[in-house]
Write a new protein. Structure first.
Length: 309
């Protein structure tokens, strides 16, 4: 694993001429308007800004059009995290770099987009780069720790050589704020169809197995976190477990996520001990719920023979 602590300042990106920014949206609300403002404030503007709207009823598509973005509308039941993004990638064949953002991830500073894309192209083998996600101002301690744990201050470049130490974390990335070399992504197989969770990890694993690398650029930042309820956590980890079972052949090259989960729990307890000790029981309950939901998802996929391509 190569550490990449330098600030990105290479003129690798000629403005936004070869960049497509893709944002899936459904009823993004006020935060989507803030995301639009953060996109328009960037010091480089992508050649194409493509919004895939899946049935918004709150004016999200109209706000995007008013900002000058391309809007492609699909039916709500046609959306899935993998197939919809793959469709969007195929729609921007005139661009070499594809950046993904989510409707609630606010770009932090005018140079966030440039920093991420520049760092991607600063590494010859990199197929994907993802940025740092900072917690919302209103985030509670549990929500805040999750972001600080998964998105540290130090930038890194990950390859297959890091599996022995990082395990499945080697393939960790996030399409909440990520940039791909389009040709490498497509050569690796792109995003899976009919995928409800983890399309970014699947694409990263495919890129790694073809000899590419995954870059984490901590200086390119977005404001993005979620205050999930326990029920929402259960649904999310059920979907993750289902995806891991679906993709067991692909992810077999990576170690089990068990050790990473233990490291997270130890880190969370230390963090809460310092900042919010009364929330430790809640955190432990959440851990048990996530563990159970994850394994239930894996078992369900195994029983029903779930597969994605």
């Amino acid at each position: 694993m190569e550490h990449c602590d330098r600030q990105t300042k290479l003129p690798a990106v000629e403005g936004g001429a070869s960049i497509a920014l893709i944002v899936p949206v459904k009823n993004g609300g006020q935060r989507w308007r803030m995301v639009i403002d953060s996109i328009l404030s960037q010091n480089i503007q992508p050649r194409r800004i493509l919004v895939i709207d899946s049935g918004s009823t709150d004016g999200s598509a109209e706000f995007a059009k008013a900002a000058g973005f391309e809007v492609h509308c699909i039916a709500p039941d046609a959306f899935n995290h993998g197939g919809t993004r793959q469709m969007a990638v195929e729609m921007v064949s005139d661009c070499k770099t594809v950046v993904f953002l989510t409707q609630d991830a606010i770009l932090d500073g005018r140079h966030a987009l440039e920093q991420l894309v520049t760092e991607l192209h600063a590494h010859p083998r990199a197929g994907v780069a993802y940025g740092r996600q900072l917690p919302r101002l209103e985030a509670g301690p549990i929500e805040r720790h999750a972001r600080l744990f998964n998105y540290p201050e130090q930038s890194i470049e990950k390859s297959l050589e890091d599996i022995a130490r990082l395990g499945i974390k080697t393939a960790f990335t996030s399409n909440s704020f990520s940039a791909y070399r389009r040709d490498i992504l497509l050569r690796a197989g792109g995003f899976p169809n009919n995928c409800s969770m983890g399309e970014d990890m699947i694409a990263a694993a495919r890129i790694l197995l073809q000899g590419g690398t995954v870059v984490y650029e901590a200086h390119a930042r977005v404001i993005h976190s979620h205050g999930f309820t326990i029920a929402e956590e259960a649904r999310r980890y059920y979907a993750i477990g289902y995806m891991h079972a679906q993709q067991r052949a692909l992810l077999a090259s990576f170690q089990s996520p068990t050790s990473e989960g233990k490291r997270f729990v130890r880190s969370e307890i230390r963090f809460l001990s310092r900042h919010a000790p009364r929330q430790i029981p809640e955190a432990l309950i959440r851990t048990l719920v996530k563990f159970g939901a994850y394994h239930l998802g894996k078992q369900t996929a195994t029983v029903f023979g779930g597969r994605t391509r």
